[in-house]
Design a protein around this ligand. Structure first.
Ligand code: FEH
Ligand code: ZN
Ligand code: ZN
Length: 355
């Protein structure tokens, strides 16, 4: 790698495979901060981006992938604030306009100007139309997007910024249903779901029921603290309802979001329950009264999470309440990691390591 250049995994054409290439090393200006990437997680959303048809996403190619990033502050622009050079951080990956009421509160995931950013094809985050962290360096628009992680291992820290944060935000959305004696079902215990189990154990007293189609993912759910786990079967709804005395579960966190998982969720749920649909598996629900959904059901469609929540996730990890199951790949083997994720063969979260 010559000086002034760096490695990057880029999307160079829609529907084409990501490519390992060299690009100009970013130089931070103004508020910008350059992060030396130590670990970057691979997300199912990266597959959605890579597989997107031309025009399906409001992003301008080429750009570098990677929205789940940990590393050290390498260089700061003259007007930069936040963590100092050398400090290890995770990056809050949704990059909103930075000035609306939501962004000012650290809720870039729900930026009020997102539609305008999409129209301008300005990208809405690291690796999401903006150059991301599957590279040696990541240029972050502002130090406000960085959360210090202290002495956390960067391979453990990177997944906190997406898999951990998204799970934490989803649990927050259903917390009202998780009082004393409550039960929660986690559908899909892969990269996000296994952390949701740990977050439920750490922040609620809910009885946790895990469902997946892979024995390996159920094993990770059990290690993460699930009280019960089952492979998806035709009678899974009845089995889980029986474990709740017949009333049904108080909350379902669906990390799959497929027609079958949404069908299972609505068959599981207690009247007055909460459903968080996190996965983008193409499932649909018909909301009609009278209709087939449980009376009093509240549905949330959580997206990522806020920076204050990311600080809370990092705090949980630093106190030992969260341990991410990871599989490591050196950056040049990124395509292998993409294929492993696509085939469902990753145990926990796949993490790329540039170093
Ligand atoms: C990113 C971009 C678009 C949809 C979903 C996502 C999630 O992976 C972020 O957690
Ligand atoms: Zn993601
Ligand atoms: Zn905004």
């Amino acid at each position: 790698m010559s000086t002034g250049r760096m490695r990057a995994i880029r999307l160079t054409r829609w529907g084409g495979p990501p490519v390992l290439t060299e690009v100009t090393r970013p130089e931070p200006e103004g508020e910008e901060v350059a992060i030396r990437v130590e670990a970057v997680g691979l997300c199912r959303s990266d597959l959605h981006v890579v597989d997107a048809a031309p025009g399906a996403l409001p992003y301008r190619i080429p750009f570098t992938l990677g929205h789940e990033v940990a590393g050290r502050v390498a260089e700061r622009g003259a007007g930069a604030t936040g963590p100092a050079v050398g400090e290890r951080v995770v990056v809050h990956g949704p990059w909103g306009c930075g000035s609306c009421a939501r962004c000012s509160a650290g809720a870039d995931n729900y930026c009020d100007a997102r539609a305008a950013l999409d129209t301008a094809r300005a990208g809405t985050g690291a690796g999401l139309g903006r150059d991301g962290g599957m590279a040696d360096l990541l240029l972050v628009p502002s130090g406000r997007l960085l959360v210090p992680v202290g002495d956390l291992d960067p391979v453990q820290a990177a997944p906190l910024s997406d898999a951990g944060l998204t799970s934490y935000h989803a649990v927050a959305g259903v917390r009202a249903a998780l009082g004393e004696g409550a039960s929660a079902a986690v559908l899909g215990t892969g990269g996000l779901g296994h952390l949701a189990v740990q977050i439920l154990r750490a922040t609620t007293s809910a009885h946790i029921l895990a469902v997946d189609v892979r024995e390996q993912a159920l094993a990770v759910a059990a290690e993460s603290g699930a009280h019960f786990g089952t492979l998806l079967r035709p009678d899974t709804a009845e089995v889980l309802r029986r474990r709740t005395g017949g009333a049904g579960v108080d909350a379902v966190l669906d990390f799959v979001g497929s027609p079958s998982s949404l069908g299972l969720a609505t068959a599981l749920l207690r009247a007055g329950g909460e459903l968080a649909v996190v996965g983008s598996g193409g499932g649909e629900l018909t909301v009609r009264k009278p209709g087939a959904l449980p009376a009093g059901l509240r549905i949330s469609l959580p997206f990522w999470g806020t920076r204050p929540e990311l600080e809370q996730v990092v705090a949980l990890a630093r106190e030992g309440a969260l341990r991410v199951e990871t599989e490591h790949f050196p950056l040049p083997r990124a395509l292998e990691a993409f294929e492993a994720l696509r085939s469902g063969g990753v145990r926990g979260r796949a993490v790329l390591i540039p170093g």
